[in-house]
Write a protein that binds this ligand. Sequence first.
Ligand SMILES: Nc1ncnc2c1ncn2[C@@H]1O[C@H](COP(=O)(O)OP(=O)(O)O)[C@@H](O)[C@H]1O
Ligand SMILES: O=P(O)(O)O[C@H]1O[C@H](CO)[C@@H](O[C@H]2O[C@H](CO)[C@@H](O)[C@H](O)[C@H]2O)[C@H](O)[C@H]1O
Length: 564
Amino acid sequence: MTPTIPPITSPSSWNVSVSNTEFWADLAQTVLPTYVNTCRWFAGKARQQTGLSVQTIHTIALSDGDVAYLLILEATYADGIPEHYLLPLSFITDSVSTSFQLADVPEKGRIGEAVIGQVSGVLIDAIYDERFRQALFTNIYSNQVLPQSDGQLTFHRGKGLDEGDDKLSSRVLPVDSSNSAMTFGEKYFLKLYRKLFRETNPEVDMVAFLTDESNFSHIPAFGGSIVWQRTQPDTSGSSDHSEITLGMVQRMVENDKDSWMQTGDYLNDFLYAVPQRLFAIREDVFDKVELLGKRTGELHCALYKPNRPGAAVNPDFAPESFTDDYREFLITRLQDLLERRYALLIDNYTKLDPQAQRLAWVFMEAREMIESFINDFRNRSIDSLRIRIHGDYHLGQVLATANDFVIIDFEGEPESSIADRKIKHSPLKDVAGMIRSYHYAVSAKLFNSAETDELDPDHLQRVSDRWFYLIRDTFMHAYLDVFGAPHPLFKNNNEINFLLLIYLLEKAVYELGYEISYRPSWVKIPLRGIIDVIREIEKIRLSDGPASPDIPLLQTGLLQSKAV
Ligand SMILES: Nc1ncnc2c1ncn2[C@@H]1O[C@H](COP(=O)(O)OP(=O)(O)O)[C@@H](O)[C@H]1O
Ligand SMILES: O=P(O)(O)O[C@H]1O[C@H](CO)[C@@H](O[C@H]2O[C@H](CO)[C@@H](O)[C@H](O)[C@H]2O)[C@H](O)[C@H]1O
């Protein structure tokens, strides 16, 4: 909460504030900009913000007669299109039900003090209000439709929400991510989306497809959704009937941790052995990596639906070739991403530590070579296929259960538009995501630990690379094994390697922006990833020629041995 700002005041009472435009304008100009910039879910922090306004307000009735509001905030920037965010708001006063205590609201949930209708209280993010959480869940359970001034809120109950589960106690999960998460009776997981788009969230599409049209059981079952069906045009004047997904319920998965944390635990053995010049990996680490490779392959098999003669085609999921349009899309996207990242890197260069600055230089000096590698993609022969994929696949998106894995968060890349997140890619984009994540895991562990402080950085780099390559190849091996030969989605090893490099580059460049915005001390990790790809591109440039038009690049032994 920002104590320097005096309390917001409004003459009308909280329950009728929805129509008090002056109050919302005041809020948007005073406390809200400071508040949203403290929130992990607000992605505009690193951009030059030019304004914040309350675009739409939905009213949600609470069981004690009070109300909460769902604010749709519009954030504008010096460049690029505006973004929209969901902020649920409750006003907590002394008269609020005794079951709810202001003391239970963490500092990060407190927006500011206010005097509304002559009553003093605190405006909070309503996810911390048990009454609001109950209202969301009860509305989903009973398939409610709530008319609003702009369209309606439609609460939909899915197959995974059991009869009789309408009164479960809830809590906010302490996950720090791009959305907000809560649980009901420790049985259901409700995700409230923060950054909003004019279309159905791909996560709902993907989870529904996998639940209804495949036997893939390594995702949590679908429990329902919250959708805002608009009737009014948005500020751009386009689309007057868009469906905006605000939330989704899934079954809660009993898990100890996600695979990021599990891998981190496994890496502890490795870390402690490094100063003794021992290379320690337990067999069960390889077993886990193999199992994740297998589950990833199975996920892609479930998402791969060839058009069978006579069978109804679901065009949203039918495989497609590497068309000129797709190539152009990917090239433009990568070029644009690179341009934005170079600019961001230059703007933030002086804030980087000397080692990160050296890596940044290598990246900057390789710009021309990277761009010509990307341009090559336009004319290269590619006969592999594209399908719908996870899109933001990394170790944090895989929950580790007692003996297996459950894959979550099918929302796609947070930085992309929803339309772009639904574009079909080679599934190697997901594979590249997981490979990058293993690289992150070992780098974060080895380079951020007291145990290795005294070690020569070059030696540490070699040790880290050894672990990474072993794990990467184990994952790839298990992944490719799922499909057998010939592989239905990849033409041959050359294509696998080329596409992997393209997606590895894209992912690492994407991550560079993520780290500059959220974890500047980790910037070195994606920079090292980018430099790895640069080294591989250099090898292609050396080998590309009439005599050897293509050679397998990554872990040649492994990939050549697979008959695809
Ligand atoms: N179905 C589930 N069961 C249990 N925990 C879950 C479930 N889905 C997500 N989580 C937990 O919540 C965290 C955030 O969920 P995620 O879908 O990744 O949200 P975000 O889109 O905000 O990143 C996960 O890392 C995991 O710890
Ligand atoms: O989980 P999100 O959808 O919010 O994904 C974003 O945040 C991730 C970090 O939590 C980020 O992932 C990067 O860091 C991970 C380790 O924390 C690492 O495993 C991933 O490989 C790396 O990309 C992700 O990129 C971002 O979209």
